[in-house]
Design a protein around this ligand. Sequence first.
Ligand SMILES: C[S@@+](CC[C@H](N)C(=O)[O-])C[C@H]1O[C@@H](n2cnc3c(N)ncnc32)[C@H](O)[C@@H]1O
Length: 228
Amino acid sequence: MSWDEAFAAHYDEWSADMTEDIPFYVDLALAADGPLVELAVGSGRVAIPVARATGRPVIGLDTSPAMLARARSAGEAAGVTLDLRETDMRDLALAEPAALVYCPYRALLHLPTWADRRQTFERVAASLRPGGRFAWNAFAFDHHVAARLDGEHRDEPVPHSLHYDVPDNRVDIRLDDGGTSSLWWATKNEWLGLLDVAGLALDALYGDFALRPLTSDSREYVFVASRR
Ligand SMILES: C[S@@+](CC[C@H](N)C(=O)[O-])C[C@H]1O[C@@H](n2cnc3c(N)ncnc32)[C@H](O)[C@@H]1O
């Protein structure tokens, strides 16, 4: 289980400080001429600003009924159109090819294996129109950070602790009141390999949402790729 429904009740608190990615994804959507798709849409945290800024619907896939229910009510309250589908991102299939597929907040890391990610990247490649883009972000594993955070308890934003499992390249986020969310980290070369096998081309790799270059101090991979 990579995503526990227990997180849905806390999601707004959990994601309250994550705002810097929104202009990045909104700008990509504004530049995209055609259908917009968010993988693992969650509560609509990014999809709603994207739909509002573009004036266009956003197709949002997620496996969590509780998160989709949050997105549905938030989208209605915001007056935007979200086409929400209870679908695993590994099974992405669209009637009309997309101009932009994006996956914020490290959600691709909820896929446990290379095979899961390869399937997803291949589905994305098959779902993009020529010139269509695929953008996502994921944390860059840093052993100093892992050593510091492993086993640490935090009260904010929701009481939880982090547990690293290096043999499985996995970090578990355990809520004090129950529920575990797991993320399987990946290296830059794994991401580039996924683009390669899916036949997608790398457009840009940044080290943050200010679009600074990836350096040894970067903690995030911010990728933009496209179908040629
Ligand atoms: C950290 S939230 C991200 C939500 C949203 N994209 C955002 O940026 O706020 C992770 C989401 O991934 C979803 N998820 C996990 N595995 C998934 C899968 N295989 N297919 C689709 N959604 C998945 C979870 O249900 C959850 O809503």
